[in-house]
Design a protein around this ligand. Structure first.
Ligand code: ZN
Length: 297
């Protein structure tokens, strides 16, 4: 079986109430990335955060973070796209990535393409009420084709975020058209009960995703669970030849890892590495992951 690619999803917009180890500053993000790489991760996904943890949109901060990560390790770099300018037009949303891509010191290796439009209202199961009711994550086909086309002119590879099977079908259409080339890297998104827009983080939720990834295409799929514990599904993912995207950005992982009440991102990654090695599947280094995913180093 191919080697396991572990992507460390180190922060998203997670707070520190449940786990103080969520990295926010550029130094903390670079430190977490280096530790995760050491623990077996080959890709790091991050969002820039300001001092109080709120979203940071300044491209100079993204450039600073990427320089720091590259100075510390050779882990592959996958910054967010949506947080730059989610409400802007297609050109404004992708421009920061294209700008960062021009300088080898700040060039990311992946940029996410969420392959469709979805409601992203948070639900409060205890109160039986939505926290908002008009939050739409808008990604028109025209916008996505534009992103794919623009990325082709760079060394940044698309990362297809698949929220449900409809997104997967759109992704496959892009592959048919040649807009996304093989080998493709796609993330099967699962979410907790507080964000009912994607598949649930259960075996059935994962299976329903997985059944629509064709075996005759060169697609590497990874799985994440935002708002839920992915560890319970990790042995199955390892067994099925998938890859794992995990970290404190999605779940605090408190009291899930022996000896670490509030684990660091690296301790979560290390747990996945151990699970994989225990069944004889080695984890990929960044160089090996790059070769598998068609990334130009
Ligand atoms: Zn993210």
């Amino acid at each position: 079986m191919n080697k396991l690619i572990i992507e460390a999803r180190i922060n998203e917009y997670a707070g520190r109430n449940q786990n103080p180890h969520v990295p926010w500053s550029p130094e903390e993000i670079a430190e977490a990335a280096a530790q995760c790489c050491e623990a077996g991760a080959s890709i790091v996904h991050f969002h820039a955060r300001s001092k109080d943890g709120s979203p940071e949109h300044d491209i100079a901060v993204y450039a600073d973070i990427i320089r720091r990560i590259k100075a510390r390790s050779d882990i592959l770099i996958h910054p967010t796209l949506g947080a730059f300018a989610n409400d802007g037009d297609a050109a404004a949303r992708i421009q920061p990535i294209l700008t960062l891509a021009k300088d080898p010191q700040t060039r990311p290796h992946f940029a996410p393409l969420d392959m469709g439009t979805t409601n992203i209202d948070a639900y409060n199961p205890a109160a039986k009420a939505f926290r908002s009711d008009e939050a739409v994550y808008m990604n028109t086909t025209k916008t996505l084709l534009y992103f794919a086309e623009q990325l082709k002119a760079t060394a940044v590879r698309p990362y297809a975020s698949l929220w449900n099977v409809g997104f997967t079908r759109q992704f496959l259409a892009f592959m048919d058209m040649g807009a996304i080339a093989e080998p493709a890297y796609a993330c099967l998104i699962m979410t907790g009960d507080d964000l009912p827009s994607a598949h649930p983080g259960t075996e059935q939720g994962l299976d329903a995703h997985r059944m629509f990834i064709p075996k005759d295409r060169n697609i590497h799929w990874t799985a994440m669970n935002h708002g839920g514990d992915l560890l319970a599904l990790v042995p199955g993912i390892i067994d099925q030849g998938g890859h794992v995207s995990i970290g404190l950005g999605d779940w605090a992982y408190t009291d899930t890892i022996p000896g670490a009440a509030t684990p660091t991102n690296a301790e979560v990654v290390s747990q996945v590495t151990s699970l994989s090695r225990s069944v004889g599947r080695e984890v990929a280094t960044p160089t090996e992951a790059a070769a598998m995913l068609g990334v130009d180093l």
